[in-house]
Write a protein that binds this ligand. Structure first.
Ligand code: PSU
Ligand code: MN
Length: 309
């Protein structure tokens, strides 16, 4: 496959069953401003290493899917920001055929991780069912990907720019298990509670790794959503977030923002309306997720080593 390039360190880790954590790149280009986006991307790689796994940040660089980026490539995505093509499942072949540079969404990162053989992926929040989806049909391709690609995605839930209840219904219909790390509550990104529950509360990373191992063993083709609440010190006031979200949604309707621009627009506005606080919380929660994903990947590689002997 000449469109897939795996970084030598990641390749070596794959061959020797070492723990690996995939990281997405839309969070760099479309999710945060420069230079915090670059600093965060590098910090996440560092965090994954600190907890014993190899990081593999994924993006499309000049028409090649890269599994594991150099610092220079991360800086390029961070500086280019919105100029980089936001790449989900439907965009992949286009970006490759035009030899463009693209930042991968959760959906496209899952696809690339699966191609390479990586089973664990950490991010901040995933896309979901939008609040007015009954009229707009706006349901993120991330959800459909979770139904058909066997990668475990660690996140802090979904933001309430989305309809969290409908997102959970959709995941249930598609057969995607939603695990809560040491919690019964489905988190809502900036806040630790959404008012909804997860499917299964898991206490340890070993339990989660065992769950992933069994799903893979049964060849169930779907992914797994693992949720972890934002660290307590950064848990935001739901009222402040709700006001910002309502304002952002009103503005989106007024301006007629649609399709793939919707999520980045809403995220940017929520950040603008909540000042710097939400950016600090955002960075804290992805760091927390990178750590948990690394620990899960370590547990999973231990199970794989035992069962392959
Ligand atoms: N939600 C967030 N932060 C993000 C995204 C979603 O809280 O950065 C990004 C992710 O890359 C996700 C994508 O995969 O937006 C979903 O976009 P859409 O809703 O257009 O599918
Ligand atoms: Mn959408």
């Amino acid at each position: 496959m000449n469109y897939l390039e795996i970084h030598p360190e990641v390749k070596e880790a794959l061959q020797n069953n070492k723990p690996i954590v995939a990281l997405e790149s839309t969070i760099i280009s479309h999710g945060m401003p420069f230079p915090q986006n670059m600093e965060t991307a590098l910090m996440l790689e560092h965090e994954v290493r600190k907890y014993g796994a190899i990081p593999a940040t994924i993006a499309l660089i000049n028409g090649v899917i890269k599994i594991g980026l150099t610092e220079g490539e991360i800086e390029f995505l961070a500086r280019e920001g919105l100029k980089v093509h936001k790449t989900s499942r439907r965009d992949l072949a286009f970006v490759l055929s035009q030899k463009l540079t693209g930042a991968t969404t959760v959906a496209a990162t899952m696809i690339a991780a699966e191609m390479a053989g990586i089973r664990v992926f950490a991010t901040g929040g995933i896309g979901g069912v939008h609040r007015d989806a009954t009229e707009t049909f706006d349901i993120s391709a991330d959800l459909l990907e979770l139904s058909q690609t066997p990668v475990a995605v660690v996140c802090a839930g979904v933001k309430s720019i989305l309809d969290i209840g409908l997102t959970l219904e959709y995941l249930e219909t598609m057969g995607v298990p939603v695990l809560g790390y040491q919690s019964d509550d489905m988190p809502a990104f900036y806040t630790s509670k959404s008012g909804f529950k997860v499917d299964f509360n898991m206490q340890t990373t070993e339990e989660i790794a065992h769950f992933i191992h069994l799903q893979n063993g049964m060849s169930l083709k779907n992914g797994i959503l693992i949720t972890q609440a934002i660290p307590k010190a950064y848990d935001m006031d739901p009222f402040i977030i709700d006001v910002a979200i309502e304002k952002a949604l009103t503005l989106q309707k007024e301006l007629g923002i649609k399709g793939k621009n919707t999520t980045p627009f809403l995220l940017a506005k929520v950040k603008e309306f909540t000042g710097g606080e939400s950016l600090i919380s955002n960075i804290a929660l992805v760091q927390n997720n990178a750590r948990l994903a690394a620990e899960i990947a370590v547990s999973l590689s231990k199970i794989n080593l035992t069962s392959s002997n």
